[in-house]
Design a protein around this ligand. Structure first.
Ligand code: FAD
Length: 331
């Protein structure tokens, strides 16, 4: 493969001018991959009046931040962002590009890959470098999540992947780290953007992104019905957190799919995860076992979730949860 292509790039996703957690997760992982290759890490930041976010990217591990600032980039549009990223890739030729598998990234990644004629591995949950070939190893669930596939893109560059939010941790910042911030030329005209954003109306679902939540009270089949989730919601509210659910709870229609934790749902890493009436199937554990502190409330002391819990409460959630809520409210 031609050494014309160099360096690791990450797409630094921002919304309303603020970096998303995924941008920092990718910067942390990108740093590790760049170090393995002995190459530099560049964060690509698109938006309007967003250059104040560059410092955090550098403190999180980027060597360079390319800032594309233009009023036409204020809101994400498929045409505008795709064009600017493709122009930059064609001009500077990165070896690797990571994009978050968010709603934006899932739209942007494939279009960029298609336009520059390279491959893309979507929704990756692990990334590494092959010691011999130095190719990127991109791992993602395949066949409905029943096996994990590791994929290489040997013949095309850049190697591109979208990465699931919450899989990699946000790196510690180093306030003394220095790097370069470069404002790039944006060659974009109104006519390049065919679909205009008229208004952004946040749906209730999107207001809470469980991958960003610090406290999650999650319910499973053991909750028994939709009304049962109201006691979990009360506890979540008392703790300043949000609710989540197992696939069984989602499939039963007790909670929306957006709140599903696990292999085919979201990967979460909150400070506190309270699993109520969840058995702890491997596919559920895959999405929450990196949480800082896990409390499991289950009637069955032998349920697998008890094995990963820091605090295992054997009991009926309908007794334990309201009691816990009262205690928290009294604090
Ligand atoms: P159950 O396994 O039925 O457990 C219910 C638990 O509640 C039991 O442990 C029981 O003791 C306890 N309980 C009952 N009543 C009470 C009570 N009153 N008080 C306290 N405890 C009580 N699952 C996910 O969660 N997320 C995924 O992303 C996901 N992806 C999958 C992908 C694939 C390809 C496959 C095959 C499966 C996937 N699953 C996923 C499903 C997973 O295998 C389990 O079926 C599911 O997690 C079980 O959900 P549960 O723990 O809520 O239910």
């Amino acid at each position: 493969m031609s050494k014309e292509y160099k360096g690791v790039w990450v797409f630094a996703e921002q919304r309303d001018g603020k970096l998303q957690k995924i941008a920092l997760e990718l910067t942390g992982k990108g740093r590790e991959i760049a170090d393995k290759l002995g190459e530099s890490l560049t964060a690509v930041l698109l938006g309007h009046n967003v250059s104040n976010q560059a410092k955090l990217l550098i403190e999180s591990g980027a060597d360079r931040v390319l800032v594309a600032d233009d009023p036409l980039l204020k809101e994400y549009t498929t045409d505008g962002y795709t064009k600017v990223i493709c122009d930059l890739i064609n001009e500077r030729k990165p070896e690797i590009m990571f994009i978050g598998a968010t709603y934006i990234g899932r739209d942007l990644g494939p279009r960029v890959a298609g336009r520059i004629h390279t491959g893309l591995t979507a929704d990756c949950t692990a990334l590494d470098i092959d010691g011999e070939t130095k190719n990127l190893l991109m791992t993602r669930p395949a066949f409905g999540g029943n096996l994990m596939a590791t994929i290489e893109c040997s013949n095309y560059r850049p190697q591109m992947s979208t990465v699931r939010p919450g899989v990699f941790s946000v790196p510690d910042t180093n306030a003394g780290r220095t790097g370069e911030v470069e404002n790039v030329n944006v060659n974009l005209a109104d006519k390049d953007i065919r679909a205009k954003v008229v208004e952004i109306v946040k749906s209730v679902k999107e207001i809470v992104d469980i991958t960003e939540a610090q406290i999650i009270v999650s319910g499973g089949r053991g909750v028994g019905n939709q009304e049962g989730f109201s006691i979990l919601r009360e506890l979540a509210e008392a703790l300043g957190g949000t609710v989540g659910g197992s696939r069984a709870a989602v499939d039963s229609g007790w909670i929306e799919k957006n709140f599903q934790v696990g292999q085919t749902g979201k990967t979460v890493r909150p400070k506190l995860y309270i699993a109520c009436g969840i058995s702890g199937a491997i596919q559920h554990l895959a999405g929450m076992q990196e949480s800082d502190y896990i409390i499991a409330i289950n009637k069955n002391g032998d349920a697998p979730i008890m094995g990963v819990a820091d605090l295992a409460v054997v009991g009926d959630l309908y007794k334990v949860v309201p009691e816990l809520t009262r205690e928290v409210q009294a604090l």
